[in-house]
Ligand binder design. Structure first.
Ligand code: PEP
Length: 253
């Protein structure tokens, strides 16, 4: 049984006081929601305060990025895995398509980030997904297969079991255009088969694969009814407490 995960990615939205207000408004909606892990990924500047406010609750936090270097050093502007852990993070998003598209993230840097995050005791949420041109050309499996192979290169079975994957087709992120549950499930199935090839069937059956791309209260139930879909990584609809709470509480509809 794979425990579902519902994670909200706030991207570059919300000041510290806005993040705290969200926590105050959101907590009562999910206080009894134990069917899934609940994760919020605010900006680095809000992490410490938000974690203090969420202490003792069933809501955990994620960094939206992490430096790919181990330890500490002269890397201006970077935040290490140890620093994320130090402010109370449990998860870290790695390889989001916006980081790949605008900040030059590659499968090689994704691989290094996964390794430093695991070493620091963080759970990586690793994003993969094809863009529109790749989907239209029928190349989605080639793209995603290569992201999995290169991004997870030289990871052990134990490492794999500590990772969450988010399948996020780039054409569905922030566009309002969601993959149908069938399209998402078929790509999740493909990712699981790729994992089985590299790390064996038993591991592949245990790894949790989230879907991301215009998830909303209106489509979460049909997405979560697919056996292959183990949760969601939510952007826009996670910015508003009631909307994100409806997504988290998809099982109560
Ligand atoms: C995301 O940021 O990972 C995402 C899926 O965004 P949205 O839900 O807004 O499409």
């Amino acid at each position: 049984m794979r425990q579902p995960v519902i994670a909200g990615n706030w991207k570059m939205y919300k000041t510290v006081s806005e993040a705290v207000q969200f926590a105050l408004d959101f907590k009562p909606h999910v206080v009894n929601s134990h069917h899934c892990e609940i994760v919020l990924a605010p900006t680095f500047t809000s992490l410490k305060t938000l974690n203090d406010r969420l202490e003792g609750s069933n809501i955990k936090t994620a960094g939206q990025n992490v430096c790919d270097r181990a330890g500490e050093g002269a890397f201006t502007g970077e935040v290490s895995a140890k620093m994320l852990k130090d402010v109370g993070c449990s998860y870290v998003i790695i390889g989001h398509s916006e980081r790949r598209q605008y900040f030059g993230e590659t499968d090689e840097s994704v691989n290094r980030k996964i390794k430093v995050s695991l070493a620091a005791g963080l759970t990586p949420i690793v994003c993969v997904g094809e863009n529109l041109a790749e989907r239209e050309a029928g190349l989605m499996e080639k793209t995603v297969g290569s992201q999995v192979k290169q991004g997870f290169s030289s990871l052990t079975e134990d490492d794999l079991l500590r990772i969450l994957i988010a399948y996020e087709p780039v054409w569905a992120i922030g566009t309002g255009r969601t993959a149908t549950p069938e399209i998402a499930a078929s790509m999740h199935h493909f990712i699981r088969s790729s994992l089985a090839e590299g790390w064996g069937k038993s591991v592949s059956q245990k790894v949790r694969i989230l879907y991301g791309g215009s998830v909303k209260p209106e489509n979460i139930v049909s997405l979560m009814s697919e056996e292959e879909i183990d949760g969601a990584l939510v952007g826009g609809a996670s910015l508003e407490p009631e909307s994100f709470a409806r997504i988290v509480n998809y099982n109560r509809v």
